[in-house]
Design a protein around this ligand. Sequence first.
Ligand SMILES: Cc1cc2nc3c(=O)[nH]c(=O)nc-3n(C[C@H](O)[C@H](O)[C@H](O)COP(=O)(O)OP(=O)(O)OC[C@H]3O[C@@H](n4cnc5c(N)ncnc54)[C@H](O)[C@@H]3O)c2cc1C
Length: 373
Amino acid sequence: MISRREWLAGASGLLAARFAEPLLSRPAKAEGAEASLPALATAVPDFSPRHITARMVSLRPYRPEGFRVELETIADRSIVHNIGHGGAGITLSWGTARMAVDRLLALRQPGPVAVLGCGAVGLATAWLLHEAGRAVTIYASEVHPRVTSSVAGASFFPSLVVAGVSRTPEFEERLAAAVRTSHRRFLGLLGRGMGVVRRSHVVLAAERPGGGWVSRLLPELFPPPLEIRDPSLPFAAPWVGIEERLFIETQRYLPALMGAVRKAGMAIQRRTFRDATELGRLRERLIVNCTGMGSVGLFGHADLIPVQGQLTRLQTDSRLNYTLSAPGLYLHPRRDGLLLGGTQDVGVLKPRFDPAAEERILAGMQQLYRPAG
Ligand SMILES: Cc1cc2nc3c(=O)[nH]c(=O)nc-3n(C[C@H](O)[C@H](O)[C@H](O)COP(=O)(O)OP(=O)(O)OC[C@H]3O[C@@H](n4cnc5c(N)ncnc54)[C@H](O)[C@@H]3O)c2cc1C
């Protein structure tokens, strides 16, 4: 094992996330986690650039005040906004969809509903409206794989959802409710060919992590990692922990959900709205806005701040049976390859892949492991 000083001076120190939820901020105690955790693979992966198979980049729709689920009336249309999910739109999708649908149903207005947007948030919203017995059409300029939701890894964890100053008890309560609702839905999708999986998640750190606000808010869902001291493991970090997490493999989940939506009789129509006045041409008077960053151009929601994130995909290494995070770095093995990420670039208006960040990530990942052999 390397020392704490060496660790901090190395790549993971350079790559420490710039703001928001630190990946390592969990309290120290962990109970009852051991029984269900399988033995971790001891193989050392090869992060050479020659194994790169794909690069992806997109903008997270971050709203410092947290997600927004609110009714607005424009002319004769009732519009419920369901936006501002930041780095956790997959995690929150079913929860804020529930809130948006409840808000819409509370209007007690009959008739079909238009859902704008076909990312994870729009699809979950459409599904819940269908469950409530409404006729639904999804309108979207893009669908999987050309939406931000397709780029997400995606770990079930509420990261980058609200600025510290806006974390009021009221917002925390809504966030916790949304996460719990989503969690129940995703648990129900486990093992059903939807790309929802439960994995061992390795946490690497310079020292035992302190308590984070997410763990305090939702201790039953995000208990602290259990420290492990096993010399056969390949990690080079001074502190190694393990926990269980849900992962949503969006390359499987989104097509499966779109298939289910179509099979249930809902249409997905490709259509771009340039501004809110164009909504007047829709036959539906009830609308749910799930356009993510698109909401800036469409409704003038300038409080949405784009936070760019990028992923590098390497050839699959079937030996790896865990996901992993360290400060500013994460690794998600999926069927289609190893996803590497960890960037958060605030205020980038047009997504652009950063090769220098990729280089740092590849080097940083390699340094998380002891040299092979
Ligand atoms: C690198 C990266 C990693 C991430 N990791 C995670 C993670 O681990 N866990 C997690 O929970 N989240 C993660 N996220 C965040 C997550 O991807 C977003 O929060 C989520 O995708 C937002 O979903 P959405 O449905 O609101 O938006 P989108 O997926 O962007 O969908 C928006 C939809 O609206 C449509 N639209 C937009 N404007 C218009 C218009 N004018 N007219 C018609 N249609 C329009 C689009 O075409 C699209 O269909 C990550 C994001 C990135 C970039």
